[in-house]
Design a protein around this ligand. Structure first.
Ligand code: SF4
Ligand code: SF4
Length: 363
């Protein structure tokens, strides 16, 4: 039986202010075709998006990129968001921040900062991010974040080339007094899909990482929360991608296109509307791209008759397209997908093939 679900306003809006970034992470979730600065929208555009988001009922705004601190108007946007009652979070590599800049953002109302770390050792992290002395800079900025009274999340993206440093990454987050640590295995979209063979962990290493996270979660209960995003290809069940397509999140790209998730532009044939051309409310509640995979009516078998279809919504549409060649297929990481075993075998092959070199993200 299909549940009739009333569409609620989105909980959060991801404002991708720019695709520019000084780092070049080989797993960056930005698209392969990065937008140059002349495609970015101006301050007035983003102020309008914030107004419309607040009116729509959005509760949180995540300022992201690329590297959002490259935007000169960031403090102005944060100030406007908080004045409209939105909880403002900054998702940053942190390497361009210093005490004065951070203080200005805090004064503008920034409540939360999420800093990405590419490893626990400077040599590993700087190689992965392709940015010299970035790791040391991140540590300095993370300390300033908590000193200024803002909440800190350490984001640790893990993969074959840094998974051995996971215990030390957890120690680092504790030492930085983070409120939350997000350990996220690479999700294979965008640049990560391009670099999959260099990133895919061996199954045994993934299982060891699982055990480490579980043990440290118990040990750190009440002190630091650990969120854990498993590597899809080794899972039996898919993630409820974005809390369901068009159910909780919306993403505004640097050029103003409104997307159900940051990777959705890899799906051809979806008409993504631009904020400003039509009210954000109308795009959310009735835009063709949001309607395309909302709910369960679009599903094929085995999802269509599965008891979990209202729970995981068939997994990730971008992954279904990338692995099955069919955007409406069951996410092939699901054990009920006819492609599950071949995807798992491919992951295991790639994990031991010895590819080490990265194709770094670049404009
Ligand atoms: S993943 Fe790396 S390259 Fe991509 S935006 Fe974040 S810091 Fe920049
Ligand atoms: S068959 Fe579809 S709905 Fe059922 S568990 Fe797999 S992905 Fe989820």
């Amino acid at each position: 039986m299909t549940m009739v679900r009333k569409i609620q306003p989105p909980l959060a809006l991801m404002a991708e202010l720019t695709h520019r970034c000084p780092l070049q992470c080989p797993y960056c979730s930005n698209p392969l075709e990065l937008l140059k600065v002349d495609r970015e929208r101006d301050t007035a555009f983003w102020l309008g998006v914030i107004d419309e988001a607040a009116e729509l009922g959005v509760l949180q705004i995540h300022f992201s990129g690329g590297e959002p601190t490259l935007r000169q108007d960031l403090a102005r946007l944060i100030e406007h968001a908080t004045s409209r009652g939105l909880y403002a979070n900054l998702i940053t590599s942190a390497v361009l921040l210093d005490g004065a800049k951070l203080q200005a953002l805090a004064q503008a109302g920034l409540a939360h900062v999420q800093i990405s770390f590419q490893g626990a050792e400077a040599e590993t992290a700087d190689r992965i991010g392709h940015y010299k002395n970035g790791h040391a800079k991140k540590i300095d900025v993370a300390r300033l974040v908590t000193k200024l009274g803002m909440s800190l999340t350490v984001n640790a993206v893990v993969h074959r080339q840094n998974l051995a440093e996971l215990p030390a990454m957890i120690d680092l987050a504790v030492a930085l007094d983070a409120d939350r640590l997000e350990v996220a295995h690479v999700q294979y979209h965008g640049w990560a899909l391009r670099n999959r063979a260099a990133l895919m962990p061996e199954r045994a290493a993934f299982e060891a990482a699982d055990a480490v996270v579980e043990a440290r979660r118990r040990e750190l209960l009440g002190r630091m929360a650990i969120d854990y995003v498993v590597p899809d290809y080794y899972a039996r069940a898919p993630k409820t991608c974005m809390g369901g397509w068009g159910q909780k999140f919306l993403n505004v790209a640097p050029d103003g296109r409104v997307l159900p998730c940051h990777a959705a532009e890899t799906i051809p044939g979806l008409a993504f509307e631009r904020a400003g051309d039509r009210p954000l409310r109308d795009i959310w509640f009735g835009g063709a791209a949001f309607e395309a995979f909302r709910g369960t009516a679009w599903m094929q078998e085995p999802c269509a008759s599965c008891a979990l279809k209202d729970v995981d919504f068939g997994g990730c549409r971008c992954q279904a397209l990338a692995l099955a060649g069919d955007v409406a297929a069951t996410d092939p990481v699901c054990h009920l997908s006819p492609l599950h075993d071949s995807v798992l075998a491919m992951a295991e092959r790639e994990s031991v093939a010895g590819v080490k070199e990265f194709v770094y993200r670049r404009l």
